[in-house]
Design a binder for this molecule. Structure first.
Ligand code: SF4
Length: 228
């Protein structure tokens, strides 16, 4: 059975410092008055237009195996392949910041307002990442197993060898269209500021792996290192 919850904006809005760090500015003192005003304007638009919501459902390993196989386009070996069979619990999820904020970003770029568009785009992306972290925290609270080294992490189609076409089966199971998320022909989610994936819970050791898969050489973020 699936569940739907709405996030409070204040729970997922990124810290000001984090937003500027994304633009390569390490300290707020270094930000000009003009850019500070731009940030304030973007936050105002973000609060007015974002409606963050998630749909999620527990799933058995057997059913997840079929979803993860997707259309057969995954890399031969992936982190998820290695991790999910050892999991205690699996939860499929899809979340979105909503249609209005994504459309507003597109409009700003079309109108050549790149400064406000980029700031809003950045804030919405960081908020979607925070919403994923919130899901990880909520799943951790729900778990019956409160061992110290217990860890719940999200993995998404389109990353780390899980081909983006994996969205097809994930959507067939979870029906994110119930909260307004659809897939286009390239398996990209509409609205754009959306994230889907699986939350895998188990002792933290299972999330540790050597990041030497065939696709890792092309990875710019190496974000797995922060999470392990
Ligand atoms: S290095 Fe990049 S692609 Fe490889 S597992 Fe880590 S995050 Fe994924």
């Amino acid at each position: 059975m699936s569940h739907i919850i709405r996030f409070k904006i204040k729970d997922i809005q990124p810290e000001k410092e984090v937003v500027f760090k994304e633009f390569g500015i390490p300290k707020i003192d270094l930000v000009s008055e003009k850019i500070q005003q731009l940030y304030s304007e973007a936050i105002k638009v973000f609060r007015e237009t974002s409606k963050p919501i998630v749909i999620y459902s527990e799933i058995s390993k057997e059913k997840f195996q079929n979803i993860f196989k997707g259309e057969g386009n995954n890399s031969a070996e992936t982190p998820v392949d290695k991790i999910f069979p050892k999991a205690d619990n699996l939860i499929l999820f899809a979340l979105t910041m909503g249609k209005e904020v994504s459309e507003k970003i597109e409009i700003l770029f079309k109108e050549n307002d790149f400064a406000l568009g980029s700031m809003l785009d950045n804030i919405a992306s960081l908020s979607a990442d925070n919403a994923v972290k919130k899901m990880e925290e909520l799943a951790a609270k729900d778990t019956k197993n409160h061992e110290e080294n217990y860890l719940i992490l999200a993995y998404s189609p389109g990353y780390c060898g899980w081909d983006i076409s994996g969205q097809k089966k994930l959507f067939e199971y979870l029906h994110p269209e119930k909260i307004g998320i659809t897939l286009n022909d390239s398996f990209l989610m509409i609205p754009l500021k959306s994230v889907s994936g699986v939350l895998i819970s188990r002792k933290s050791e299972i999330h540790k792996f050597e990041n030497n898969f065939s696709f890792c050489s092309l990875c710019k973020t190496k974000s797995c290192l922060e999470r392990m």
